[in-house]
Design a binder for this molecule. Structure first.
Ligand SMILES: NC(=O)c1ccc[n+]([C@@H]2O[C@H](COP(=O)([O-])OP(=O)(O)OC[C@H]3O[C@@H](n4cnc5c(N)ncnc54)[C@H](OP(=O)(O)O)[C@@H]3O)[C@@H](O)[C@H]2O)c1
Length: 309
């Protein structure tokens, strides 16, 4: 089989399209023929050696944290998945999606949403799990509460807006001017252009901030929280001293694969309550270019690598 693999940290040239051994599914794993794999910011952070979880000693690795494809082989003790089934999955750090095949733990996958193509389905798992776990598991968002989502037009943000609406929350979001109409159509109740307005001056206090941006945006977010509110960040552990000063809770978190949660997302998609935006597609052999464009250019929704057509 072929895969994109990196043997060193560095610029996009370290991603090599090469022949590698086909994995065998272990106990409670299935082998998936990958049809599409999405590109996430974590992929280029790892490639650049800026993601501490992956060190030099872990190389070479096949990048890629989410895929859609077809089950072609069952490992031991797999009872509830069938050969030929179309699935999608958020992978752990042990495996990578940028290749022809990947062995996936059955607990990480779900039947693919019927309404989506393989390319669209691959765009969903990591971003949707991050959105859902950030809003509900870490953020405790409940019906009728108010949430501010920073970076609402990106891969995670555009799904977070829609998921928060399915729970009956009121949603404000920060985006660039280009994306105001896009996130309004997704259901955002208040949209703030981060380049021309200061969100802390125009958004009334919220119960939760989902921070997908970090830095100064995260620092200023304490000002828009109600007393007892929460700040949840995908970037880093927020300043605990500042949280205490403002009387709020603040936490960083790392999304985890979860097939049951992914199945719930698939149902929302098939019921038409959540839609996924695929902004760009590339063939697998152009993974380096796909990562660079994802990093450097305006992001609205997701970038996906097409592995099989
Ligand atoms: N901890 C975890 O488990 C986890 C999981 C997923 C993602 N993440 C991290 O979360 C971040 C977001 O991920 P993603 O996949 O959604 O990234 P993405 O698709 O690149 O989206 C980022 C979005 O943020 C917008 N943006 C940039 N600066 C902004 C600002 N100051 N205010 C508001 N919006 C701004 C961008 O719009 P423009 O292009 O118009 O600037 C873009 O739409 C990344 O850093 C990623 O590594 C962490």
């Amino acid at each position: 089989m072929y895969a994109v693999r990196m043997h060193a940290f560095g610029d996009p040239d370290v991603l090599q399209f090469e022949e590698v051994d086909k994995p065998s599914p272990g106990r409670k794993q299935v082998l998936v023929e990958v049809h599409a794999a999405s590109v996430n910011p974590v992929d280029w952070k790892i490639r650049e050696g800026k993601y501490p979880v992956v060190q030099e000693r872990d190389l070479p690795i096949v990048p890629g944290r989410d895929i859609a494809g077809k089950v072609v082989e069952l490992g031991e003790d797999v009872t509830d998945v069938k050969i030929g089934q179309q699935v999608f999955a958020f992978l752990d750090m042990e495996t990578g999606g940028y290749g022809d095949y990947v062995a996936v733990n059955v607990g990480y996958l779900s039947p693919k949403p019927r309404e989506l193509t393989m390319t669209e389905a691959a765009a969903v798992p990591l971003a949707a799990m991050t959105a859902g776990q950030g809003l509900f598991d870490c953020g405790g968002l409940r019906r009728g509460q108010r949430v501010l989502i920073h970076g609402g037009a990106g891969g995670v943000g555009h799904l977070a807006i829609q998921l928060a609406k399915t729970r009956g929350a009121w949603v404000a979001t920060t985006v660039s001017q280009l994306d105001i109409d896009f996130v309004t159509r997704l259901g955002a109740d208040q949209v703030v252009d981060y380049e021309s307005e200061r969100f802390e001056e125009v958004v009334r206090p919220v119960d939760l901030v989902l921070d997908l941006i970090g830095g100064d945006t995260q620092d200023r977010s304490f000002e828009v929280l109600v007393s007892g509110g929460r700040l949840v960040s995908t970037l880093n552990e927020p300043d605990v001293e500042k949280a205490r000063e403002y009387g709020v809770r603040a936490t960083g978190f790392m999304a985890k694969p979860n097939g049951k949660q992914l199945y719930a997302i698939a149902q929302f998609i098939d019921q038409g309550q959540i839609r996924v935006e695929v902004q760009r597609t590339y063939p697998l052999s152009q993974a380096g270019q796909a990562q660079e464009v994802q990093k450097m250019e305006h992001s609205r929704g997701k970038t996906v690598l097409e592995v099989r057509h």
